[in-house]
Write a protein that binds this ligand. Sequence first.
Ligand SMILES: [Zn+2]
Length: 317
Amino acid sequence: MTVTFPVPSTTTSRFAVAADHIPHDLAALLRGPHAFEPHITGRLGSPPLDLRREDLGDLRWDPAQIKAVHPGQRRDQQAFGSATQFAVVTSTAPITDQPRGVQVARAAAYAIAAATDGVVADLIIGDVLPQPTAERTSFVLADNWLGDALPPFRANGRCTAADPDRDPEGVNGCSCVRLRTHGLRRFGLPELQITDVACPHDLAALNVLRTTARHLLTDHWSWLATGPVSRTRTISAVRRLTQGDFNEFWGSSRREHLSPPIIFEARLTPITARLLSVHPPHDFDGTVNDWLWGDALPLSIRDILSSPADIPLPRAA
Ligand SMILES: [Zn+2]
């Protein structure tokens, strides 16, 4: 069993900064000593790093559609949605330039936000980003690259299915949860989704998506490093995921290395050319919820909502 997907030669990422006053000379805001300065200088004014100042009347996108993932970001969402001046950072770069290309673009957006007291949003995933921050020099997928977040708890309270800790019926008590990544396309990969998940397993489902995303990204970059000329790629539909993939999602090597390493299989099926669905392996006897609740997955997949990376975030430039 295999899945085949198109591999674009270039991808585009866009970030926007909303502030009360966005100056006309955006490049001037990016000078100064910070880790990404040489990369920014080398790309400025070319497709990999295009800066534009835009007023509300000129926009071809809607700031009101930009959402806050976390309740603590509601004020940023409001500030972004009601702003009238924006700096838009667009990066169109070869996928072989990733993840450096998108990191440089986001570093530029963070630097503009720091200089203007602005709010940054990722226009590919449609979310405001945590403020204020700066770009980590190493790439960590957990740094808001996937638009990955838990759905509202128990469908905003509408779901009253049993808790599987108290009632075995609760393992398959509902199917409220559907999760989808929103950022893999910028690395030349299809997005991932998992559906028909019962509310009590939402975190496990999210972490399976995160682990699968990190696994596919590592694999994709290895493939790209071989210099393929093909514009499509065929991979095995059965993926052997490890605790290491999950740790790597967080940029963390601290958690104990278990030996033998825990390996669990997931199966990919194409929904469209740019969207894959994640399922239990074929030989698993049960539903997606039995899989997420069972002992096939490492315990941490069910437990960990967030985890700090080894390399700390720099202070805002
Ligand atoms: Zn539910």
